[in-house]
Design a protein around this ligand. Structure first.
Ligand code: NAP
Length: 490
C-alpha cells in the first residue's frame, strides 16, 4: 500500500496576542511530534508569564469595547469564523490528523464539522439569551442582570483539539468576555490555524488571545493569575484537583470537565445487531480517547457469550493504519508516553486476572508509520469491578466486558466508580430505561444510542468527572455573572 503524503514540513507555531501572530518572548519552542510517524514536524511556543502578562494587558484594553459591541455584531463575527472553518475544512482536518493521529475521516466528520457548529451555535444562542424576572405579587419585582464576567481563561485537552477549544471559546466570546486560551501542547496546530482565521474574520485585537505551551507552566499561570476571573477547563480529574486547589483562595469561578470511566449496560432484550455495532463504536471511537467512551461493558448473563463473540468480531473489523488514509478506522495514540501508559494497563489487566479477547499489542506498521504510536483495540474479560483496570481511567483502546444477572446488579456495577460522566443503556424495555436512566450516577445518559449530541443540552459529569455544566444556556450562564436587582413597588 502506498504511503499517504506528508502534509506539513517543519513549521513554527505562533502565539496569537493582540490580534497578531508572534513568537514567545523567551524565543523558546517545544518539539511537536506527529503521532503516526513519531517524527518532530513542527515547533510549539514554550510560553511563560511574560507572554501571559502581555496578553492580559491587551485583553483588558479590549474588554470594554467588546462588551459594548452589539450582540448582533459579536454574533456576525463569530458566524464569519464558523464559515471560514467550513471553507478550510479539508486543510484543518488534515492538520488535526497529522497533529493528533486520529483518522482523517473522523477529523473531518467530527472534529472540524463540530468546531464550526460550536461557534455557529453560540453565535445564534447569544441573540436568544435572556435573563429572569421574579415578581413578588404586589410587593416588589426582581430582575436579574447577566453581564459578562470580564477576562476568562479557557484550557482544553488534546483528544478533540479544535472541537473542545471552540466549545469553550465560542460561548465566552459570545457572552462578551475577553479570553486567554491555551490548547494542549501535544496538539497545538489547529488552534494556531484557528487564530489565522480569527484575524481573517476581523475579530478585534485583544479579544481572544491564544498562548501555547506547557500545562504546568503557562496553564498553571493562567489559572492562578488574579486578572483572570473564571476558568473553563477540560482535562484529567487529577489536573482538575490541582486547579481547584490553586484557585481556591481567589474564589475563581470554575467549570471543570474531567475524566470518565463510563458504563455500557446491555440487556438481553436489546436490538442485538445494532447494539453490537454501537457498543463497539462507543468503546473504540477515536482510539477510545473520548471522555464519553464506554470502557466498562456490562452484559446480561443470558446473552453474554453470544454478545461477546459478536463484539469481538466487530472490533476485529477495525482497520488500524496510517490515519491519513481514508480507509483507516483506527489511527495512532496521541504520544509515545500515552501509548506506554495504555500498554502498561494492558499488562496490569493480565496481572489482575484478565483474559485478552482481542488485541493487546502495540501495532508495528510499515512505511512512513513504522515509528508511530499504534495499539490494537483491546477487549478484556474475567476482571472484577474493583480492580484498577476497571476503576482507573485509561483513556486509550482498552475496554472490559462483565456479566450481570439483573437490573439491580447492573445499576450497582455502573455506579461503582469514582467517575460519573456518561452511561449508555441498551434495551427495548422503555420502563426499565427510564428507571435506570434516573438512578445511574452520570451527567449524561444515552438510551439505545451513543454520542448523539444536541448542543442545547447540559454537558458534564458528577463525582470526579467534573464541576458545573457546559452546553447551551449552561455555558452562557457560566460565562456571565448574575446580579439580582429587587425593586419595591412605591
Ligand atoms: P490534562 O493533562 O489534564 O490536560 C488538559 C489541559 O490542561 C492541557 O491543555 C494541559 O496542558 C493543561 N494543564 C496540565 N496541567 C495543568 C495545570 N497544572 N494547570 C493548568 N493547566 C494544565 O488532560 P489531557 O491528558 O490533555 O486530556 C485527557 C483528559 O481529559 C482525560 O482525563 C479525559 O477524560 C479528559 N476529557 C474530559 C472531557 C469532558 O468533557 N469531561 C472531554 C475531553 C477530555 P498540556 O497538554 O500542555 O500539558
Amino acid at each position: 500500500m502506498a504511503d499517504a503524503p506528508l502534509v506539513y514540513n517543519m513549521k513554527q507555531i505562533l502565539n496569537y496576542i493582540n490580534g497578531a501572530l508572534q513568537p514567545p518572548e523567551s524565543g523558546r519552542f517545544l518539539d511537536n511530534v506527529e503521532p503516526a510517524t513519531g517524527q518532530i514536524y513542527s515547533l510549539c511556543p514554550d510560553s511563560d508569564h511574560l507572554d501571559l502578562e502581555a496578553a492580559i494587558k491587551y485583553a483588558q484594553a479590549a474588554q470594554q469595547s467588546w462588551t459594548n459591541t452589539a450582540t448582533e455584531k459579536r454574533a456576525r463575527i463569530l458566524s464569519q469564523i464558523a464559515d471560514l472553518i467550513d471553507q478550510n475544512a479539508d486543510r484543518l482536518a488534515a492538520a488535526e490528523t497529522v497533529d493528533n493521529g486520529k483518522p482523517i475521516t473522523f477529523s473531518k466528520a467530527v472534529d472540524i464539522y463540530r468546531a464550526a457548529a460550536n461557534i455557529r451555535f453560540f453565535a445564534h444562542a447569544i441573540t436568544q439569551f435572556s435573563s429572569e424576572s421574579h415578581s413578588m405579587e404586589n410587593t416588589a419585582i426582581n430582575y436579574t442582570l447577566r453581564d459578562p464576567i470580564g477576562l476568562v481563561g479557557c484550557i482544553s485537552p488534546w483528544n478533540f483539539p479544535l472541537y473542545l477549544f471552540t466549545w469553550k471559546i465560542a460561548p465566552a466570546l459570545a457572552a462578551g468576555n475577553t479570553v486567554i486560551a491555551k490548547p494542549s501542547e501535544l496538539t497545538p496546530m489547529t488552534a494556531y490555524l484557528f487564530s489565522e482565521l480569527c484575524i481573517q474574520a476581523g475579530l478585534p485585537a485583544g479579544v481572544l488571545n491564544i498562548i501555547h505551551g506547557r500545562g504546568t507552566t503557562i496553564g498553571a499561570a493562567i489559572t492562578t493569575h488574579p486578572a483572570i476571573k473564571a476558568i473553563s477547563f477540560t482535562g484529567g480529574s487529577q489536573t482538575g484537583t490541582v486547579i481547584k486547589k490553586a484557585t481556591a483562595e481567589q474564589h475563581k469561578k470554575l467549570s471543570l470537565e474531567l475524566g470518565g470511566k463510563n458504563p455500557t449496560l446491555v440487556f438481553a432484550d436489546c436490538d442485538f445487531n445494532h447494539t453490537v455495532q454501537e457498543v463497539a463504536r462507543s468503546a473504540f471511537a477515536n482510539q477510545e480517547q473520548i471522555c464519553l467512551c464506554g470502557s466498562r461493558i456490562y452484559i446480561e448473563q443470558s446473552i453474554y457469550d453470544h454478545f461477546v463473540n459478536a463484539l469481538v468480531d466487530e472490533v476485529e473489523k477495525l482497520n488500524v493504519n496510517d490515519p491519513l488514509l481514508p480507509e483507516t478506522h483506527f489511527g495512532a495514540l496521541v504520544s509515545e508516553a500515552h501509548m506506554n501508559k495504555v500498554l502498561f494497563y494492558i499488562k496490569l489487566a493480565q496481572e489482575e486476572g484478565g483474559q485478552i479477547l482481542t488485541g493487546g499489542h502495540q501495532v508495528h506498521l510499515n512505511g512512513r508509520c513504522r515509528n508511530g504510536f499504534f495499539v490494537e483495540p483491546t477487549l478484556i474479560s474475567g476482571l472484577t469491578n474493583q480492580c484498577r483496570t476497571n476503576q482507573e481511567e485509561i483513556f486509550g483502546p482498552v475496554a472490559t466486558v462483565q456479566s450481570f444477572k439483573n437490573e439491580e446488579e447492573a445499576l450497582t456495577l455502573a455506579n461503582d466508580s469514582m467517575f460519573g460522566l456518561a452511561c449508555s443503556i441498551w434495551s427495548q424495555d422503555v420502563n426499565r430505561c427510564h428507571r435506570l436512566a434516573k438512578q445511574v450516577e452520570a451527567g449524561i445518559v444515552w438510551v439505545n444510542c451513543w454520542l448523539l449530541r444536541d448542543l442545547r443540552t447540559p454537558f458534564g459529569g458528577t463525582k470526579a468527572s467534573g464541576l458545573g455544566r457546559e452546553g447551551g444556556q449552561e455555558a452562557l450562564r457560566f460565562f456571565t455573572e448574575p446580579k439580582n436587582i429587587c425593586i419595591r413597588y412605591g
